[in-house]
Design a protein around this ligand. Structure first.
Ligand SMILES: *[C@@H]1O[C@H](CO)[C@@H](O)[C@H](O)[C@H]1NC(C)=O
Ligand SMILES: *[C@@H]1O[C@H](CO)[C@@H](O)[C@H](O)[C@H]1NC(C)=O
Length: 621
């Protein structure tokens, strides 16, 4: 789901530069070790009896990621918990049978979503097959995730869920040919590769039982775990994979907390399915740190946006948010609890502590012309005990995942108040969609926070004053005529600033609408989903597929005139993998990927949960 990309480009560049500099001063090491077939797990790297140079030439047909020697072997591998899974509270609503009218409306909508998916898939297949993403205006492609067919891997589960079995078979055959020894990037984003490639393969395997997918998942896992081969076994999140074979590596001192903290579901599931604990062990080390340091940060309960992986100190930075760069860290706490069948109490503690803090400091109620009772999650700065934390009343499309997270946590841990909070957050996202001229929420915006979350009356004077203040603070512009500012900025009532006007085909709003719908059965959520779907497809459809938008503050009429300018030649892989999956599932029958049997990773890939009914223990039979 991640936004991290944009926010992290600068950080990435900085890290690149630092690593490049370090490397410049380092003697190139010729690391000696033979490749042996069937090398046992975690065998020490060097075998001096047969000194042959390790091949860093990836075109060498003998190269295999699972045979890369380990420099910092693990002494005691952590094992998966062995307790029988608990019976957790029911997540899904007890749905009543639908009327004929409801059923026919629902099926019409379901078909419309599938139509959009099929159209995008055929264009991808025809024009960008095996590439990471289709460019939806030009018909070109992008290879921003390594050139390992990201969009294809990301949609295996969709092909299965939507019953497209021929396309599924064709895609699985293509997966086998993905070459993990070739990469279009010098630096691999370990997190993005984990949630998309590893997550996509595991999910498609969980759904279909097709062994070819588990084989490929193991291969991806074997590559990714090399990024953990550092002295403290903390992963390198922006990973220069070629250098990993040339010499020792250390974890970075500044990494995004989401990128290190949300690898847990995928690595855990891989261990559950293979019976090999090494992947679980890799993420277990990170969970231990989170568990130990949760109370020691500058906003106890939550973790800062950046942490130090080199020293394993997660307490120093001052920015705390559920939004970009942190998001899935928090999302994975209740989801890990569900995945493991509730046997590891640390995830409840991590969830309880972080949500209590977020409720106190991050959630805010915006002032709206209709006095809507909604919540939004913003960003908080905290410098520790003696200075009160400060809130930036910002909203992001990305943080819409939080509504679903609170609702899911509320169901799993039996905290009805959290389901209520989740509902207000979801309603906040629906409100923001409805009140933008195009019917689509922008990437980033600001509104005026109410003084109280309990009641809040619209005050037009206060709103205009806030618009003016914000405008003056941000630009040199000191126009006195606030109505002119509102007109030129195309600010709908309630919004004080549209900091990033794009819509890049993001899933988080429909994700939370879907989750809450499956949990509460409330009909207005399906209606809201349909309104979102028509607004989005109306504005984003191109001759080939769907395109990101540069500005959602135009009206549909203006949009028609500006179309060539507003649509951008980009279709993120998460459009089909996540956005269309959640739209599909909100209109499918409730048993399809039931939340009582499945839990979604942050790229919308469902993994099978451990439940008392599970037919296999840890290893898929
Ligand atoms: C509305 O806001 C203005 C400016 O902040 C303030 O002076 C005024 O008292 C407010 N009106 C009401 C009814 O609260
Ligand atoms: C989308 O387009 C259809 C057909 O042109 C129209 O009926 C519908 O009102 C539009 N929906 C939105 C939300 O703009």
């Amino acid at each position: 789901m991640l936004s991290l990309r944009r926010y992290a480009v600068y950080l990435g560049l900085a890290i690149c530069f630092l690593l490049g500099t370090l490397n410049y001063f380092r003697e190139p090491l010729l690391f000696r070790a033979p490749f042996k077939q069937q090398r046992p797990l975690q065998q020490p790297a060097v075998d001096n009896d047969q000194p042959t140079a390790i091949s860093t030439d990836f075109s060498d047909p003998n190269f295999r990621w699972d045979q890369v020697p380990v420099r910092y072997p693990v002494k005691d591998l952590a094992a998966l918990p062995t307790q029988a899974p608990k019976r957790l509270p029911k997540v899904q609503h007890d749905f009543k049978p639908e009327t004929e009218q409801q059923s026919s409306t629902r099926k019409t909508r379901l078909n419309a979503v599938k139509g959009t998916f099929t159209r995008c898939w055929s264009s991808y297949r025809k024009l960008a097959w095996l590439k990471d993403e289709l460019a939806p205006l030009s018909g070109g492609f992008r290879d921003g995730f390594g050139g390992w067919a990201a969009n294809l891997v990301d949609n295996l589960d969709n092909l299965w869920i939507m019953g497209m079995r021929e396309e599924f078979e064709e895609a699985v055959q293509a997966v086998e040919k993905i070459d993990l020894t070739q990469c279009t990037l010098e630096q691999i984003n370990v997190f993005e590769t984990t949630i998309r490639h590893l997550g996509g393969l595991l999910s498609a395997y969980d759904l279909s039982g097709d062994e070819r997918l588990l084989m490929k998942a193991k291969e991806v896992g074997s590559m990714l775990i090399v990024a953990f081969d550092t002295p403290n076994r903390m992963p390198i999140t922006r990973w220069l994979w070629k250098q990993a074979l040339e010499g020792p590596q250390v974890a970075d001192d500044t990494v995004l907390v989401a990128e290190i903290g949300s690898l847990s579901m995928e690595f855990t599931r891989l261990s559950m399915l293979t019976g090999d604990p090494k992947w679980y062990d890799a993420v277990e080390r990170i969970v231990k740190i989170l568990d130990k340091q949760q109370g020691k940060t500058l906003l106890p309960g939550m973790f800062p946006v950046t942490v130090n992986a080199k020293t394993a100190d997660f307490t120093h930075d001052t920015m705390f948010t559920l939004s970009a760069m942190s998001d899935s860290l928090y999302e994975y706490f209740p989801k890990m609890h569900a995945l493991l069948g509730g046997v590891d109490p640390r995830y409840k503690k991590l969830y309880d502590g972080s949500t209590a803090t977020a409720i106190e400091y991050n959630l805010w109620r915006p002032m709206t012309p209709d006095n809507a009772d909604i919540l939004i999650s913003g960003e908080v700065r905290s410098h520790g005990n003696f200075v009160p934390p400060t809130l930036d009343p910002q909203g992001q499309h990305l943080v819409c995942f939080a509504g679903g997270m609170f609702a899911l946590g509320g169901q799993l841990f039996n905290i009805p108040a959290h389901v209520e909070i989740g509902k207000k957050l979801v309603d906040g996202c629906i409100w923001t969609y409805k009140n933008m001229p195009l019917g689509i929420m922008p990437e980033v915006f600001r509104m005026l926070p109410c003084e109280s979350r309990l009641e809040c009356a619209w005050n037009e004077t206060a709103w205009k004053a806030a618009v003016k203040a914000e405008q003056h603070a941000l630009t040199e512009d000191d126009t006195e005529d606030v109505d002119a500012i509102i007109a030129t900025q195309r600010l709908p009532k309630g919004f004080t600033n549209l900091q990033d006007r794009r819509y890049i085909l993001r899933p988080e709003a429909i994700e939370s609408v879907f989750l809450l719908y499956r949990m509460t059965g409330e009909q207005y959520l399906q209606e809201a989903a349909w309104e979102m779907f028509t607004a989005i497809t109306n504005a984003t459809e191109t001759l080939l597929a769907n395109a990101a938008l540069s500005d959602v503050s135009f009206s549909p009429e203006q949009m028609r005139v500006e179309e060539r300018v507003v649509q951008m030649d980009s279709m993120e892989s998460f459009w089909m993998a996540e956005t269309l999956k959640y739209f599909y599932l909100v209109f499918s029958e409730q048993e399809v990927v039931s939340l009582d049997e499945w839990v979604f990773n942050t790229e919308a890939h469902p993994f099978r949960r451990r439940t008392p009914e599970e037919k296999y223990a840890w290893v898929h039979g």
